[in-house]
Design a protein around this ligand. Structure first.
Ligand code: ADP
Ligand code: MG
Length: 239
């Protein structure tokens, strides 16, 4: 089977500092892979490379069999959800959901159809005419996910989407994201430093440290057979 994402010998330097070190990663079609590791280990940098938000130093990135190493973000068939929501404050929820589609000159009835579908899936229908300031953190994050959803992309990238939320909302949205994945069946790469999130969401977890993937395995294997002391200590100790 063709991989959804293939990262080949990816190196990224910020000046003299090497942040990603000849990193390799294959993600299967429809797979949910979590990038887990302590702050500063390069998780966001890797995700931003996949999204095309950073120019890489060396290596290749393939998405759905296409070499996208130098492709624009909008040409990669990916949707990204950030921790900070990044919603437009002056626009309604409907405006936020449809903005990118309008820019791409999609016909209005197709935009309406996609917005209605995303609103139904994420249960934000009653919020469509509100502005972000009138939403809770959890609702804002649903809208942020909706913005990726309306683009109808094959690959979702999440960068710590739940870390601004309180514990109760976090576990609620965790369930929601799992359900979303089951329903859409698309490929997801999800960054977190939260072990519980990784263990509950992932098909496979990539444990990172210092720009290197230390172990890439199913949650059970990571938990029961850690490859080294770092993995054992990191997954074993609650954050
Ligand atoms: P994580 O998401 O795992 O917390 P990051 O990918 O954000 O880690 O950062 C990895 C390393 O790269 C850190 O040491 C960070 O300080 C460094 N870094 C991130 N962005 C930049 C940048 N724009 N310029 C220089 N160094 C950076
Ligand atoms: Mg980060």
């Amino acid at each position: 089977m063709q991989h959804s994402i293939s990262v080949r010998d990816l190196t990224l330097n910020f000046g003299a500092v090497s942040v990603l070190k000849t990193l390799n990663l294959d993600v299967a079609e429809g797979e949910f892979v979590v990038l887990l590791g302590p702050s500063g280990c390069g998780k966001s940098t890797l995700l931003n490379c996949l999204a095309g938000l950073l120019d890489i130093t060396d290596g290749q990135i393939w998405i759905k069999g296409r070499n996208v190493t130098w492709a624009e973000p909008s040409e990669r068939g990916i949707g990204m959800v950030f921790q900070s929501y990044a919603l437009y404050p002056q626009m309604t929820v409907r405006g936020n959901l449809s903005f990118g589609l309008k820019n791409a000159r999609m016909p209005k009835d197709e935009i309406d159809r996609r917005v209605a579908r995303a609103a139904e899936i994420l249960q934000i229908g009653p919020l469509l005419d509100r502005k972000p300031a009138a939403l809770s953190g959890g609702q804002r994050q649903r809208v942020a996910i909706g913005r990726a959803l309306v683009r109808d992309v094959d690959v979702f990238l999440f960068d710590e989407p739940l870390s601004n939320l309180d514990a109760k909302l976090r576990s609620e949205l965790r369930v929601e994201i799992k359900r979303l994945h089951a329903r859409l069946g698309n490929t997801m790469v999800y960054v977190t430093h939260d072990q519980i999130e990784a263990l509950t969401l992932a098909d496979r977890i990539a444990v990172m440290r210092g720009g290197i993937i230390q172990q890439l395995d199913a949650p059970q294997t990571i938990y029961n057979k850690p490859a080294n002391l770092f993995v054992a200590g990191f997954i074993g100790s609650p954050s």
